[in-house]
Design a protein around this ligand. Sequence first.
Ligand code: GLN
Length: 279
Amino acid sequence: MQIQQALQWAAGQFTHSDTAALDARVLLCAVLEQTQTYLYTWPDKLLSEAQQQRFNQMVEQRAQGRPVAYITGSRDFWTFTLNVSDATLIPRPDTEILVEEALRRLPDGPSAICDLGTGTGAIALALASERSAAQVTGVDFQPEAVMLATANAAALNLTNVRFIQSSWFDSLAGQQFDLIASNPPYVEQDSEYLQQGDVRFEPDSALTSGADGLDDIRLIISSAPAHLLPGGWLLLEHGYAQDHAIRELLEQRGFSQITTARDLAGQPRVTMGQLDNPS
Ligand code: GLN
């Protein structure tokens, strides 16, 4: 098959996907080890037999619903490509909003940053790459995630970030930061959303958090003040209907400058606050 035919055929198999044509391009790029520009430049080029076989296998997996990032083993985030595995959540473009909001609040000089529930390391790595004088600590309770994030840091040559195994703040006793960021699990346990699309393949531990989805966020907000330096910031990603509850929780815990940023679809997505008087 030619590149163009292969793309058309594959996209036609992905009837369940909202991004069928893009899925096909990303998979073919992975097989050919080329960028998408190459696909547009050489639409008539024939796939080798080995390439065709590999592509067919990938298309079959995608047709069965498996997320593209788990099939290729990688996903673009911020300015780089991350290795992913099915032990972690696949990084989302919406999380780049959290990174942008964090960068607005971080000094150019030295700072201490923490990313809770780091998964692939996405947030920690993006902040470490933009703030070379910062020391970034990413934690995850899953050893597989810690290994994956550590490998991602090495692949990106980032030396100002370390990853440790910890359930939220459990292994961070006595440590304080200028900024704590987290994209914790926040989906309601019984949400119908979990039965559809790519999230069916992602780990429940990275997605759900109790009946209202706020169990982990409550825990993080209540423990954060002890781990923030004076003037330190806490930034949390959350679901589109959770911003009111989270602003209230932050206020109760003594945070000020509380604001919510919207995601690419215009929904409330990241809520943050500053701590004046750490306890
Ligand atoms: N933002 C994710 C989604 O919409 C949910 C991930 C999370 O709970 N942190 O699928």
